[in-house]
Design a protein around this ligand. Structure first.
Ligand SMILES: Nc1nc2c(ncn2[C@@H]2O[C@H](COP(=O)(O)OP(=O)(O)OP(=O)(O)O)[C@@H](O)[C@H]2O)c(=O)[nH]1
Ligand SMILES: [Mg+2]
Length: 381
């Protein structure tokens, strides 16, 4: 028998019954709450789960049934997904019984690294919008589309380095963030992109006077690309360096990484880059950092009034979903992402679609498909 109905008191119990009969690869077809009999109004709540084995059987009957089930593909939920969702709070029991179609979507948001509360709120709102449209007689698409729409609402991408500069003064962009997140490397990648591909006049300034060799690191990239590079020790030095670079289209300023708990260094940095020079600030965060630490770093670096986010090291995690938590908590557009150590290749200037596919993990899925594509990078600028 390919399909079977299981009755249980809760999802967890139903899942263990399904697993016992069909094994860990079982697929869940539907769930529902069993209505109470009027003769037994005080009986315990019971649920019903319809499941099938995970691997199709080789006979024609099973194949015919699988074709039928293929039509429901998006509605099928693996036992693993069901267990991961059933273990959460947030009224999951109701979602599983009343909005079964959303369980797979919820599990997939969780797998991409979006927090439980955010994933739940996205799916909940998507279900609500879909029901509202149905009630109003509007044509509705799949729930998946409503979920995507809900995710898109939170994200914004902005190519901050594209603007044509007719103002006569260079666009000055400073990159700040915790230690070792990839500020200098990102500047080198962006400088190469802007100067070699976009034919802009690019200047580099390092105000990192803490780490030994920091200036030399930036300078060596500058010499390879034939770019002008200066070091500044103070606000006055920076003003002087900017004055000498006033013929540039864009000046990229590298700052020293420091702990976001170091208030003194934060104030010092703020006094150098904030002020009347109209310097845009880009907060660089590593995608490998957990959401709590990202949040704390953002709070601390907010004294610099950042204009955009730069998310680095997305190649080092399969869970970029936390970026959605981050951008919805502290709303700023994403200007750049980086996906590797290679300069200048590993740089992405995302549009909204690209950003969403990275957040939802679609890029990584594509990357791990097939050996020829395995070495391919996400997208080059
Ligand atoms: N895997 C990976 N590594 C990266 C990426 N970007 C930078 N790195 C590596 O991260 C390390 C630190 O990079 P830096 O550019 O020196 O970082 P930083 O933020 O300037 O560091 P401090 O100035 O010391 O705060 C280097 O080994 C880089 O090659 C990336 O996108 N992916
Ligand atoms: Mg650096």
């Amino acid at each position: 028998m390919n399909r079977r109905i299981f009755k249980a008191r809760n999802i967890q119990e139903a899942m263990s019954k399904v697993k016992e009969v069909f094994g860990p690869d079982a697929m869940i077809i539907s769930t529902r709450k069993i209505p109470k009999s009027p003769r037994q109004p005080y009986s315990k709540d019971m649920i019903e789960v319809e499941a099938k084995p995970g691997k199709p059987r080789e006979n024609s009957e099973a194949r015919a049934e699988d074709n039928e089930i293929k039509l429901l593909k998006d509605e099928l939920v693996s036992i693993k997904d069901m267990i991961s969702v059933a273990g959460l709070g947030y009224g999951m029991h109701n979602i599983i019984c009343n909005q079964f179609g959303s369980v797979g979507l919820l599990a997939s948001l969780l797998r991409s690294g979006i927090s439980e509360s955010k994933a739940y709120s996205i799916v909940h709102k998507a279900c609500y919008s879909m029901e509202r449209d149905q009630k109003q007689g509007c044509e509705v698409t799949s729930l998946k589309k409503y979920v995507i729409k809900e995710c898109v609402r939170w994200i914004e991408a902005k190519n901050n380095f594209k603007r044509d500069n007719n103002s006569g003064v260079p666009h000055v962009a400073a990159f700040a963030g915790p230690t070792g997140v990839g500020k200098t490397t990102t500047i080198a990648k962006l400088a190469a992109h802007l100067s070699l591909r976009k034919k802009k006049r690019v200047g580099l300034i390092s105000i990192d006077n803490y780490r030994v060799g920091a200036f030399e690191q930036l300078k060596s990239y500058a010499s390879i690309m034939g770019l002008y590079c200066m070091q500044a020790y103070s606000r006055d030095d920076l003003v002087c360096a900017l004055d000498r670079m006033k013929a540039m289209d864009i000046v990229l300023v590298d700052t020293a990484g420091h702990s976001h708990y170091d208030k003194e260094r934060m104030d010092e940095l703020s006094s150098v880059i904030n002020g009347d020079y109209n310097i845009s600030v880009h907060l660089v965060l590593s995608a490998t950092t957990d959401f709590i630490n990202m949040k704390e770093a953002t709070k601390a670096f907010s004294v610099l009034k950042p204009d955009t986010y730069v998310f680095t090291k997305i190649d080092e995690t399969k869970r970029c979903g936390k970026i959605l938590d981050q951008v919805s908590e502290f709303k700023l557009p994403v200007s750049l992402m980086t996906n590797g150590q290679k300069v200048p290749e590993d740089l992405i200037i995302p549009d909204k679609k690209k950003l969403l596919s990275i957040i939802l993990g679609k890029e990584q899925e594509a990357q791990s498909e097939g050996s020829s594509r395995r070495t391919q990078k996400y997208c080059k600028v």
